[in-house]
Design a protein around this ligand. Structure first.
Ligand code: MG
Length: 334
């Protein structure tokens, strides 16, 4: 059961998890229970209690925050900051044409936009190579506080995690373009970026090398979960839960709309968490639908500054994950 921190009125109540501060795992604190557990022959008594049904309690100490990009970290689709202005194309008209073309051809909308971008560039005689796309990343704008967010969240996890060895990683899973993301100032903060990408020398017009659809995003959540982050590694072989480096329950997904539903649903059904965001100066709109449908734990304006509702609600979920890790660590010490 998820604890709700703030009502729809936006009023928040302060959540403290001071009980976590100063807590020690049994292993690190010389747990007296553990010290007494001997049968007189130097064998730990706990060994007599172990059975085939003993639960797997090894704690996984990495927390993963996974983000959508367009509309979540950045107010507009990333193509609108460099590519479309370079061609002199009105973004609204471009996206409307993509939608109409995809419908008419019964084509995947994401493949359609990737195709149409370069079809338009060719028609206008404008060459945009990989280096140009990367350079366009510098023009991408973010919601308030995004550039400071990563460091501040790392500091929060370090403070709350204490000596438990808990760390946090940030991942991006986007239907946008890997090349543009590579050029952004926040690229360096991600442990890995999974995004659509072009194959530039395949044909006269660049050809999609990888297209990450809404449902395809879930593959990358499994890659993070299983530690199989290289595109060349097979993802479908069974891996026991105990071998997966980042359990879904250690993940929080951030998204802004319907395209994030498969990712949010996967995490919510597997013990993870999700937060829906909306433009800070706009009504919550779609977020309310996602919240009421149980797709996300919280929603908030996309204001990433310390002290914002989004920051506080994220910290609350982090506190829950840290508590869960510490419970497992304590249990493993018995
Ligand atoms: Mg989005």
């Amino acid at each position: 059961m998820v604890e709700r921190v703030a009502g729809r009125s936006g009023r928040s109540r302060r959540i403290e998890a001071d009980a976590l501060e100063g807590s020690h795992s049994a292993k690190s604190s010389g747990n007296p229970v553990r010290a007494r557990a001997s049968d007189g022959r130097g064998l730990p008594r706990a060994s007599h209690l172990r059975s085939a049904s003993r639960p797997e309690v090894q704690a996984k100490t990495t927390i993963a925050l996974v983000y959508d990009f367009d509309g979540t970290l950045s107010p507009r689709p990333m193509q609108e900051y460099g590519f479309l202005p370079k061609l002199g194309i009105d973004p609204a008209a471009f996206w409307a044409e993509c939608t109409a073309l995809a419908r008419a051809e019964r084509a995947d909308p994401l493949i359609t936009y990737m195709h149409l971008m370069y079809k338009k560039a060719k028609e206008k005689g404008v060459r945009v190579d990989r280096a140009d796309l990367v350079a366009q990343g510098k023009r991408v704008q973010y919601y308030p506080g995004v550039t400071q967010w990563f460091g501040q969240i790392a500091a929060y996890v370090k403070k709350r995690g204490g000596t438990s060895g808990i760390d946090v990683k940030h991942y991006l899973v986007s239907s946008g373009l890997a090349e543009i993301v590579e050029g952004t100032s926040i690229y360096k903060n991600f442990a890995n970026v999974f995004a659509s990408e072009y194959w530039f020398d395949a044909y006269d017009v660049p050809y999609p090398k990888r297209v990450i659809t809404d449902t395809g995003k879930t593959q990358y959540l499994f890659r993070i979960n299983k530690g199989l982050e290289d595109y060349n590694e097979s993802i479908n072989s069974h891996m026991p839960e105990a071998q997966r480096p980042i359990p879904f329950s250690n993940m929080i997904y951030f998204g802004d709309g319907e395209t994030d539903v498969p990712s949010m649903a996967l995490l919510k059904k597997n013990g993870g968490a999700a937060i829906a965001v909306h433009a800070p100066d706009a009504p919550p709109g779609k977020c309310v639908e996602l919240f009421e449908a149980g797709r996300c734990d919280f929603f908030a304006g996309a204001d990433y500054r310390k002290g914002s509702d989004l920051f506080k609600r994220t910290c609350l979920l982090i506190d829950r994950i840290i508590a869960d890790i510490r419970v497992k660590q304590e249990s493993a010490g018995l």
